[in-house]
Write a protein that binds this ligand. Structure first.
Ligand code: GAR
Length: 177
């Protein structure tokens, strides 16, 4: 079973739901994340683990890991989850946490990858699906898809469309393996 962590709009979560992947739980660090609404719309259990409710990140991550395990989660997908995961969480899901990122890593890690690529003036950027480690968008790459920067006005839209193809297809392969 797949658990998804998301902090925002949740369009990548929606792509996973639309692909009929076996998602048993969706968690967020923000109770107002639209991703939670999408999960509820698909009758998937949701929970919020805000930092304000826990003494520190490690404690929050432990409680979140326990909740995911209780929902049978074996593979965790970060779909726009904007907090770094701490070691206690990583240790509970060894080699079983995947992230989608809107650049060709190792270029443009962090929370503003699309803007950073535009500002850098590169001709090509793209999407990366990778394993998650303790670093910021640093784990080993599973698959990448290039996206031309021009036309710049539609880059964001084309990156998201690419994510919505790439992420479900990689996750489908991982759970079949
Ligand atoms: C996606 O573009 C995802 O790649 C990015 O956040 C967006 C979330 O969109 N993640 C990162 O930048 C992680 N470093 P969504 O909420 O609509 O899926």
């Amino acid at each position: 079973m797949i658990g998804v962590l998301a902090s925002g709009n949740g369009s990548n979560l929606q792509a996973l739901l639309d692909a009929r992947l076996p998602i048993s739980a969706v968690a967020s660090n923000r109770k107002d994340a639209f991703a939670l609404e999408r999960a509820r719309g698909a009758n998937v259990p949701t929970a919020t683990f805000g930092l304000e409710c826990h003494p520190n990140r490690e404690e929050r991550d432990l409680v979140m890991a326990t909740w995911l395990e209780a929902h049978g989660v074996e593979l965790v997908v970060l779909a726009g989850y904007m907090h770094l995961l701490t070691k206690p969480f990583l240790d509970r899901f060894p080699s079983a946490i995947v992230n989608v990122h809107p650049s060709l890593l190792p270029d443009f890690p962090g929370a503003h990858a699309i803007e950073d690529a535009l500002a850098a003036g590169v001709d090509e950027t793209g999407v990366t699906v990778h394993w998650v480690d303790e670093g910021l968008d640093t784990g080993s790459v599973i698959r990448q898809a290039p996206v031309p920067v021009e036309p710049r006005a539609t880059l964001e839209e084309r990156i998201h469309a690419t994510e919505h193809q790439l992420l479900p297809s990689v996750i489908r392969e991982l759970i079949a393996a």
